[in-house]
Design a protein around this ligand. Structure first.
Ligand code: NAD
Ligand code: ZN
Length: 359
């Protein structure tokens, strides 16, 4: 079976495009109980962007602190229950922030119309009914959450996305002005998520002309942002990074991620390490699988003076390493892509433990 993926319905791109948000929402305000739910990264509380939010008196504005934990099923359930109780069904949701806030907005959109806890729906196509209108505004670039068909949540049993066609945003606004305030370390880690998405998408069995075209262009933009002359965090590169992020996300949608993401999920689930940082920690030791990508990655680390901790595994117990290896081993679709149909002959729980011990 060939993949049949849903793309974002509409995208606006360009400096200052955030100003069009009010007009976009006005077209939807007659729906349901005639109010919008704004979910905004806590960083923007009291900042200039807060004054620019087109929030009307009937709307609900929630600032969410995404540190230190990534989004959880409980968090999404609570937002949904509280809003439904107080105001009923919103006309739509606006999510303004990074992958964390965008995933919360995507998940809430689905959970407003699907009964019970969001933990019931972690997986592929488990959602029963379409969600409500949802619009995403990334303020940090790299995860591709702005275009992906998944909303990643940590639940009581697993860290897994609510994945279906209805998860995808109806509208996205890509305004490069909004990512200029990202601290350099986050800019690097989250940007590297894109780089790693592309390297993994390209180096595996599911790569095809469609995913390759996106990855090739995204990698070109990543190199301009992180390694070529003129690289660094500046306005021109912010324009490129936003597009690289989206294209990296589209590439892996038509292909798959690989070894690094499998390990990264293990780190996040067992130790709570954040996605993009966990990817950087793991990727740095995967030269056997991605020699060229890791070589470039290390050059970028040096260029931007990013120092990753070494010998982390010495602080982990054997049991933790074993649990991380189990999480990684169970991501069969990633191994299938990265290694091939005979991956079980080449990869074992023990060999994954050894990969973790490199960290
Ligand atoms: P994030 O949303 O976790 O935010 C990282 C930090 O940057 C936070 O401290 C936040 O407050 C801050 N920040 C965001 N925008 C800023 C700005 N403009 N100025 C200053 N600070 C700003 O970051 P992320 O790396 O984009 O997202 C990680 C999350 O994305 C994880 O929860 C991960 O599971 C998820 N993810 C989702 C997908 C998907 O396809 N849905 C893919 C990869 C990762
Ligand atoms: Zn990723």
């Amino acid at each position: 079976m060939h993949k049949n993926f849903k793309n974002i319905d509409k995208v606006i791109y360009g400096r200052g495009s955030f100003n069009q948000l009010d007009v976009l929402l006005s077209e939807k305000r007659a729906e349901h109980n005639r109010f919008f739910l704004f979910i905004v990264d806590h960083y923007f509380k009291g900042k200039e962007l807060e004054k620019r939010l087109p929030v009307k008196p009937e709307d609900v504005l929630l600032f969410i602190d995404v540190n230190p934990e990534e989004p959880t099923t409980d968090q999404v359930d609570q937002i949904r229950d509280c809003i439904l109780k107080k105001k009923g069904l919103p006309s739509g949701i606006v999510g303004i922030g990074g992958g964390s806030v965008m995933d919360i907005a995507k998940a809430c959109s689905l959970m407003f119309t699907n009964e019970g806890s969001s933990s019931k729906y972690q997986g592929l196509n488990l959602i029963k009914k379409p969600g409500i209108y949802h619009l995403g505004v990334p303020t940090i670039s790299g995860t591709g959450a702005e275009c992906s068909m998944t909303a990643v949540l940590t639940g009581p049993e697993k860290k897994l996305g609510l994945k279906c066609d209805w998860t995808v945003f109806n509208q996205v606004i890509l305004d490069p002005d909004l990512i200029s305030s990202v601290p350099t370390d986050w800019w690097f880690y989250t940007g590297m998520d894109t780089f790693i998405h592309c390297v993994e998408s390209e180096n595996g069995k599911l790569n095809n002309a469609f995913s390759h075209a996106y990855a090739e262009q995204s990698l070109k933009l990543c190199r301009d942002v992180f390694i070529n002359p003129g690289c660094g965090q500046n306005a021109a590169n912010d324009e490129k990074l936003m597009i690289a992020s989206m294209m990296g996300g589209l590439s892996l949608t038509y292909s798959e991620v690989g070894v690094c993401h499998a390990l990264s999920y293990g780190l996040s689930k067992i130790l709570g390490t954040r996605h993009c940082y966990a990817n950087c920690l793991a990727f740095n030791h995967l030269e056997d699988y991605y020699p060229e990508g890791v070589r470039e990655f290390r050059q970028m680390l040096v260029k931007h003076k990013i120092v990753l901790p070494q010998h982390l595994s010495r602080t982990w117990t054997e049991d933790q390493i074993s649990q991380m290896a189990s999480v990684a081993y169970n991501l069969t679709h990633m191994w299938l892509h990265a290694i091939g149909p005979d991956w079980k002959d080449k990869i074992s729980h023990e060999s994954i433990k050894n990969l973790f011990k490199r960290l």
